[in-house]
Design a protein around this ligand. Structure first.
Ligand code: PMP
Length: 412
């Protein structure tokens, strides 16, 4: 990990914007370190939901009345914000979905159906979340294609030399995450994309753990598909986006059939709507999409660089401190990491640690983090994971370390 960068963020002021943080859990001030699972929501996001339902709840696109127009404008404004946020060429390349899981399933079901043939190969990595494994298994089963996996090195980084050896003219698609939810590893996605493109394979990037932490420029990356979940970016659950290059989205068949995704329907023939609506069948998640827009504005107002620098400082601080505790094994020490600290304690089950930390008001995640193959790679059933956000403080890290110290002394 590189040296800490000092940031001038007013963390106290940021914390004030998150109502949920100001509560006691089990008699202690809440310390929320489960941000990789979902992060908390600022007041602007919560207010946007209440405002929509209180003032202009209406179905979008079809109505000409004032409320419908207002709701449509707000919904489409989020599409515009996402487009700017990830530097896409056009709003037509932004498809609203339920989140990263649905975005990957959409590509697997549609691109997979149209373009993957018997004997083709799909490459994923050993760092993937189940949602970037299972949909490709579906495709491979259905198309008689072959799934290949980039191995993970002992420090939690991908073995890029091995990746190069996996690439061939049979490779049709590469799907990897931008950052690992279990270990925090930031993957060299530009290099992965360039290598895949040199082999004429398309690339999907799972950006679930990047949305709130890392700069994303789909044009500079030249990636073909990029997926985001709103709820990991200070926005509501139940929405997110699939970015796809326009020429690819145009070639792909629709995902679901229904209203909105059609141009015209007769019993003999249906024609499909233009992008991005071809992939947005049915009434969408209007309120959450609108509030997602507020979350993007929230991130942009603070600045991703400042957020990343603050979280990095917490990660470096926490990693150093945790390593001074006896019996602790840090899992995942890649040079480039987002604010995720995974560890195990010899002889104490992660679940017990999680419960004992919860008794002290400290929320961490324990288990396999939906990455069972990765846990197997490191020979553990699961880990304890503390993941940081912009509103976390060094004082909270101290509370975690103190809690762990006591648990280890008590249990050992
Ligand atoms: N990929 C990664 C790396 C994740 O961390 C997650 C969520 N834990 C997902 C995919 C799935 O995202 P969602 O549950 O929002 O669809």
């Amino acid at each position: 990990m590189s040296a800490a960068i000092n940031t001038s963020l007013d963390i106290e002021n940021i914390r004030k914007q998150f109502p949920v943080l100001h509560q006691k859990v089990n008699g202690r001030d809440l310390v929320y370190f489960d941000n990789a699972a979902t992060n908390q929501k600022p007041e602007v996001v919560i207010r946007a939901l209440v405002e929509y339902y209180s003032n202009y709840n209406a179905n979008i696109h079809r109505g000409i009345h004032t409320l419908a127009e207002k709701a449509t404008k707000a919904y489409e404004h989020t599409r515009h914000l996402v487009k700017e946020f990830i530097h896409a060429d056009s709003e037509q390349e932004i498809v609203f979905v339920r989140g990263v899981t649905e975005a990957i399933n959409l590509v697997a079901a549609t691109y997979g159906k149209a373009f993957i043939r018997e004997g083709d190969e799909i490459i994923i990595s050993g760092l993937e979340h189940h949602s970037n494994i299972v949909p490709w298994q579906f495709v491979c089963q259905d198309r008689k294609a072959v799934l290949k996996v980039i191995p993970v090195k002992d420090n939690g980084e991908l073995d890029i030399d091995h990746f190069k050896s996996l690439l061939s003219d049979r490779t049709k698609l590469v799907a990897v995450n931008h950052a690992s939810n279990s270990l925090g590893t930031i993957n060299p996605i530009k290099q992965i994309i360039d290598l895949a493109h040199a082999n004429h394979a398309v690339v999907l990037i799972d950006g679930a753990q990047a949305g709130a932490h890392l700069p994303i420029d789909v044009k500079a990356l030249k990636c073909d598909f990029y997926c985001l979940s709103s709820h990991k970016m200070f926005g509501p659950t139940g929405t997110g986006i699939l970015y796809g290059k326009k020429n690819l989205l145009e070639l792909m068949p629709p995902y679901q059939g229904g209203g909105e995704m059609i141009k015209s329907v007769s019993f003999e023939k249906t024609t499909y709507n233009d992008l991005p609506y071809k992939f947005e069948a049915g009434t969408p998640n209007i309120a959450d999409v609108i509030a997602f827009g507020k979350a993007i504005e929230f991130i942009t107002a603070i600045g991703k660089e400042a957020i990343a620098a603050h979280e990095h400082e917490l990660l470096v601080y926490a990693t150093e401190k945790i390593k001074s505790l006896p019996h602790v094994r840090v899992i995942g020490e890649a040079k480039e990491k987002v604010g995720v600290l995974s560890f195990s304690v010899d002889g104490i089950h992660p679940f017990d640690i999680g419960q004992m930390l919860d008794a002290r008001g400290i929320a961490v995640r324990t288990g396999h983090h939906c990455t069972e193959p990765l846990m197997a790679r490191f020979g553990v059933e699961g880990t304890v994971r503390a993941s940081f956000s912009v509103y976390n403080t060094k004082q909270e890290v101290d509370q975690l370390i103190e809690g762990l110290d006591r648990i280890i002394k008590f249990m050992k």
